[in-house]
Design a protein around this ligand. Structure first.
Ligand code: DC
Length: 218
C-alpha cells in the first residue's frame, strides 16, 4: 500500500517545524522531525565524551543508540531510556547535529529509522533531504526557506520570549555557518528536489504558509 508523504525541506529556522506540525495535526498524519534524530545523536556523542570530529566513533554511537519518540503537541525524545527533550532545542545541540549529520556512515545508519515513520494514514516529514533521499517518491514536496537575516531575527525573538539572552549578530553568524555546512556537504546536502514547490516565507506569516501547504494537499 502506498502511504502518502508530504516532505518539507529547508534550512534551519525557516519555520519547517511549526508548519509541519500544524499540517500533520490538521490532516491527522504522523510527523517526523528528522533534525531531532541528528540532534539526539549529537547529544549521545557529547554525553559519551566522544569527539564530534571522529567519524568512526560517532557512527558507532549512532548504531548503538535507541530512540523513542512521543510526537504529541510537544515532541518528547528518550535517548537510551533517558528524556533528553530539554537539551534538544539548544543552539549548541543544533550546531553539533550539523557536524555529525555530514558523515555518510551516520546518514546510512539513520536512514531506516526515518523511513520507519511512514505509517498510515500518512506522514509529514521535515528536514534537509526528506524529498531528495529519504522519501524521493513522496507525493508532495515543499522547499521552505527564508533569508538568513529573517531566520536569525525569528530565532532571536523566540529565545528572548523564553527569557534566554541572545545576540542577534552571533545568531546570524551561526545560521550562516550551519547553512554553509548543510548545503556544502557531499552526502545528502540541503538542495531543493526538482519536483518540490519553493516557498520563501521571509515576508509571510506562518499561518499563510500553513494554508498554502494545506491547499497543495487539497
Ligand atoms: O532541523 P534541525 O535544525 O533540527 O536540524 C539540525 C541539524 O541536523 C541540521 O543543521 C542538519 C542536520 N539535519 C540533516 O542533515 N538532515 C535532516 N534531514 C535533518 C537535519
Amino acid at each position: 500500500m502506498n502511504i502518502p508523504v508530504l516532505t518539507i525541506d529547508g534550512p534551519s529556522g525557516a519555520g519547517k517545524g511549526t508548519v509541519s506540525r500544524a499540517v500533520a495535526k490538521k490532516l491527522g498524519w504522523n510527523y517526523l522531525d528528522s533534525g531531532s534524530i541528528y540532534r539526539s545523536l549529537a547529544i549521545a556523542v557529547l554525553k559519551q565524551g566522544v569527539d564530534l570530529e571522529n567519524e568512526t566513533e560517532v557512527a558507532k554511537v549512532a548504531q548503538a543508540m535507541t530512540l523513542e519518540f512521543d510526537c504529541g503537541d510537544e515532541l518528547i525524545v528518550k535517548l537510551n531510556g533517558e528524556d533528553i527533550t530539554p537539551q534538544l532545542g539548544l543552539e549548541s545541540t543544533g550546531n553539533a547535529a550539523s557536524i555529525v549529520a555530514a558523515y555518510p556512515g551516520v546518514r546510512r545508519i539513520l536512514l531506516q529509522k526515518q523511513k520507519d515513520f511512514r505509517r498510515l494514514p500518512g506522514l509529514v516529514a521535515d528536514g534537509r533531504d526528506m524529498g531528495t533521499v529519504v522519501f524521493p517518491d513522496a507525493e508532495i514536496k515543499v522547499f521552505l526557506t527564508a533569508s538568513a537575516a529573517e531566520r536569525a531575527q525569528r530565532r532571536y525573538k523566540q529565545l528572548m520570549g523564553k527569557g534566554i539572552h541572545a545576540n542577534l549578530k552571533l545568531l546570524t553568524n551561526e545560521i550562516e555557518e550551519r547553512d554553509r555546512r548543510d548545503t556544502e556537504r557531499k552526502t545528502s546536502p540541503l538542495v531543493m528536489a526538482s519536483d518540490a514547490l519553493y516557498i520563501d516565507s521571509s515576508d509571510m506569516t506562518l499561518d499563510s504558509v500553513i494554508d498554502e501547504v494545506l491547499n497543495l494537499i487539497r
